[in-house]
Ligand binder design. Structure first.
Ligand code: A3P
Length: 306
């Protein structure tokens, strides 16, 4: 098997992180030309951490007043990445038009980003806009990324085996890596600026989705309908966004996102702990050691089993 995970020339060290080549121009434009509004909402993540799920949830929560019917919801006919896109990926072409369309988006604007916190445009870090970050345990991220990058178009130029990709991953060489600095950057901000950054964990979201949906809504000052009705609305939000629903929607079965990845590859297993089926005992030892070295003492803990 081959993988684009961590493969040169697919990745370039850009500022302090490993940037996929096809993103570099868009990143530069995003950093230079993007103007944040105080009511913007960003979904930030390290790739394969549950971005698609969080985009879906955030879209429904932010827009729950606009689309009261769950039977005709935009998520049933559009992939979450089409509803909540990454400015860094669209700003690589037709810059003027894209900037204009971004500034004309209906408010609050809901956008995504894979940029590490220190690389975000200053207008995002300085404005009052809000960021919801999704974290996932580094074991499952690797496996999810491996499966994903073996399928996307950019992987065709690479020749890494599972073991080679794993070594690079443990050295931080992976799209938007090192993963530990990415996670720690947002983790620290969620502690020092709790009104700015909400830090969610994929594993927690799976375990108690209701609680975390309420947390997201509160963080965004967008409480779901008050009173008895709110529980039904929350249940409907969760039902619409859950893995089985999303995976089985016709719109998510075929077609490409960003001309790179097929939509179906964003929905694989959606489980906690699948890494156990992939790692040798020495890999488990190595990644556990890396995690201890890089995240130990940060207060950032996580589950690796369901
Ligand atoms: P697996 O490969 O482990 O199945 P990202 O969206 O950041 O690319 O992350 C993709 C991972 O999130 C994949 O994990 C995918 O299956 C999972 N995922 C996608 N949609 C999901 C959902 N609605 N609920 C839970 N997990 C989801």
């Amino acid at each position: 098997k081959e993988s684009g995970l961590g493969a040169a020339p697919y990745l370039h060290l850009f500022q302090d992180f490993w940037c996929p080549t096809h993103f570099i121009q868009g990143m530069n434009n995003f950093m230079k030309h993007f103007h944040s509004k105080d009511n913007d909402v960003f979904v930030a993540s390290f790739p394969k951490s549950g971005t698609t799920w969080l985009k879906a949830l955030a879209f429904v929560i932010v827009n729950h007043h606009r689309f009261s019917s769950f039977d005709h919801h935009p998520l049933l006919s559009s992939n979450p990445h089409q509803l909540v896109f990454f400015p860094e990926s669209i700003l690589s072409h037709d810059l003027h038009d894209q900037i204009l369309s971004l500034s004309n988006m209906s408010e609050p604007r809901l956008l995504g980003t894979h940029l590490p916190f220190p690389s975000l445009p200053e207008s995002i870090t300085k404005s009052n806009c809000k960021i919801i970050y999704i974290f996932r345990n580094p074991f499952d991220i690797f496996v999810s990324a491996w499966e994903f990058f073996t399928n996307v178009k950019v992987s065709s130029s690479s020749e890494l085996t599972f073991e080679e990709a794993f070594e690079k991953y443990c050295n931080g060489i992976t799209a938007f890596g090192p993963w530990w600095s990415h996670m720690l950057g947002y983790w620290e901000k969620s502690i020092t600026r709790p009104h700015k950054v909400l830090f969610l964990k994929y594993e927690d979201l799976k375990e108690d989705t209701v609680f975390h949906v309420k947390r997201i809504a509160e963080f965004l000052n967008s409480p779901i309908t008050q009173g008895g009705e709110s529980n039904t609305v929350i249940e409907n939000i969760i039902k619409l966004c859950r893995f089985e629903t999303m995976k089985n929607l016709e719109v998510n079965k075929s077609g490409y996102i960003y001309n790179i990845a097929e939509k179906k590859h964003f929905f694989r297993k959606g489980e906690v702990g699948d890494w156990i089926n992939y790692f040798s005992p020495s890999m488990i030892e190595k990644l556990s050691k890396t995690v201890e070295e890089k995240l130990g003492g940060s207060g950032l803990s996580f589950k690796i089993h369901s």
